[in-house]
Design a protein around this ligand. Structure first.
Ligand code: VGL
Ligand code: ZN
Length: 198
């Protein structure tokens, strides 16, 4: 069975949000159109405690975009975003949430980020997404959402490494592009790992 995975289609990643992805709002209509075509729709949510260590605000004299080390792991610093129970963390306005079968929250541990919907960035803990998909006999996943060069990329790389036939649907993804070319490099990395970029 094939599932559709919606990655982090949340208000803070849309234009006007705390960590706005350019044209991020355009994926909402794509998601709404595609969801009825799948038997199973899973959505991930970036779901941080308000003192999450990926926030520049939690580090003295550090700016957004700088790197820090937390527990031996490099962490890029972001603006405060997707704090649990805030409007910015809610699914994007206009997203047809009724069509979502299962929600996976990630980035809930204050000390470690989780770009992938499957594991934290050190791959120490599972979010439960793999176990859920296997319980539903899913063997293939199509992925859309935000952002191409972070959470979409790492979710797709984990999906393919876990043995799921994995496709990323480019019409339904948009990227942050901190550096120009980040999205194209992300697509290349995904293709090299065996993800079908379509
Ligand atoms: C994301 C940066 C920080 C994403 C989440 O959803 O791509 N990016 N947290
Ligand atoms: Zn985040």
């Amino acid at each position: 069975m094939k599932a559709l995975i919606l990655v982090d289609i949340q208000n803070d990643f849309l234009p006007g949000g705390a960590l706005a992805v350019p044209e991020g709002d355009e994926v909402v209509a794509v998601a709404n159109r595609l969801m009825p075509e799948y038997e199973l729709v899973v959505a991930t949510m970036d779901w941080h405690p308000d003192d999450h260590l990926s926030f520049a605000s939690q580090h003295d004299e550090r700016d957004v975009g700088e790197f820090v080390e937390v527990d031996g792991l490099q962490q890029i610093l972001w603006p405060d975003h997707c704090a649990q129970e805030t409007p910015g963390a809610e699914f994007a306005t206009g997203l047809n949430v009724e069509a979502i079968d299962h929600i996976v929250q990630k980035g809930t541990d204050v000390r470690i980020d989780s770009y992938s919907g499957f594991f934290d960035n050190a791959r120490r803990k599972s979010t439960g997404l793999e176990e859920y998909l296997r319980s539903k006999n899913v063997d293939a996943v199509d992925i859309i959402g935000l952002a191409t060069d972070y959470c979409v990329k790492f979710t797709a790389l984990d999906a393919v490494s876990l043995g799921f036939a994995t496709r990323v649907l480019t019409e339904g993804v948009r990227g942050v592009e901190l550096k120009p070319g980040d999205c194209e490099r992300a697509f290349e990395e995904m293709r090299a790992a065996g993800v079908q970029v379509v």
